[in-house]
Design a protein around this ligand. Structure first.
Ligand SMILES: C[S@@+](CC[C@H](N)C(=O)[O-])C[C@H]1O[C@@H](n2cnc3c(N)ncnc32)[C@H](O)[C@@H]1O
Length: 270
């Protein structure tokens, strides 16, 4: 399987965990009916569908992504949903958006702007540039999780590994961490800066979809952690987090987990 196939598969697999969280976030932002919005780093376009529903048939969503292969999947999905008139896609880089100043009524970005190991302030400024005065700029990113109920020490140690803090890196400035985004919004000149935290959860009995998503999440969340754990913790990780283990934690009758997405938003001045 190629990296792109893997990315697309994961996007669909995780959708059952994330979809309701993004619906709540979109609802909270109250994008005007009939407005035109940008989804920056749109991936395969799953959120573009919810964004299009929010702005209605008179509105329009432009999904932008760096990867033409990923955009091919997005275009096909939107075509199959019969929404090609209302959602279009553009290949491009969030560092240098291929749009004139004030093109959009608002901009939205999930797990992309501010959630990459590059200086975030220029990206927030770039989003603000393409939004009309008074329009919303919103960025969201996965910000925490509790996936191993009853095993807080193991989970804390996993969270303290390089994979656990990714895409942040221990050499990076604290100001570069996503949870410091209020400062980027201030420095980008955005007004009415606010945050909202949205939680998703899962608990036993798990549906097949949620079980598959959590199994994939364990693999995605803590890859290559062996070298950063003690032998004992590595053994516990394998016992609890691998599906072939007789003690796989998703089989526990009292399994419960939650995760959060943090949203930062503000309005373009003027
Ligand atoms: C983690 S995925 C998130 C996709 C989607 N927003 C979601 O939440 O499902 C990050 C996306 O950002 C895109 N991306 C990464 N760097 C980018 C850049 N510099 N400009 C535009 N898109 C970028 C990737 O191709 C990928 O589709």
């Amino acid at each position: 399987m190629t990296d792109i196939d893997n990315f697309v598969q994961n996007a669909y697999v995780f959708n059952c965990l994330r979809e309701s969280v993004f619906r709540s976030a979109i609802q909270a932002l109250q994008f005007p009916v009939g407005s035109r919005g940008l989804d920056a780093g749109c991936g395969i376009g799953l959120q573009a569908l919810s964004l299009a529903a929010a702005v209605g048939p008179a509105g329009h969503i432009t999904g932008l992504d760096l990867s033409p292969e990923i955009l091919d999947y997005a275009k096909e999905m939107v075509k199959q949903a019969g929404l090609s008139e209302r959602i279009s896609f553009r290949e491009g880089d969030v560092n240098e958006l291929p749009f004139d100043d004030g093109t959009f009524d608002w901009a939205w970005s999930v797990d992309c702007v501010g959630y990459a190991p590059i200086e975030p302030l220029p990206l927030v400024k770039e989003l603000a540039r393409v939004v009309k005065p008074g329009g919303i700029v919103a960025i969201l990113a996965w910000s925490s999780e509790k996936l191993l109920p009853g095993h807080p020490l193991l989970e804390a140690r996993l969270s303290a590994t390089s994979a656990g803090i990714a895409p942040f890196d221990k050499g990076m400035r604290p100001e570069s961490h996503f949870t410091r985004a209020l400062g980027w919004f201030r420095d980008a000149g955005l007004e009415e800066r606010q945050t909202r935290t949205f939680a998703g959860d899962a608990y036993a009995p798990l549906t097949d979809d949620i079980r598959s998503a959590l199994t994939a999440l364990f693999q995605m969340r803590w890859p290559g952690v062996e070298s950063e754990l003690t032998l004992g913790d590595w053994g516990e990780y394998q016992r609890l987090c691998l599906p072939e283990s007789p003690d796989f934690i998703l089989d526990h009758p009292d399994y419960y987990a939650f995760f959060t997405y943090s949203m930062f938003h503000g309005k373009v001045a003027g």
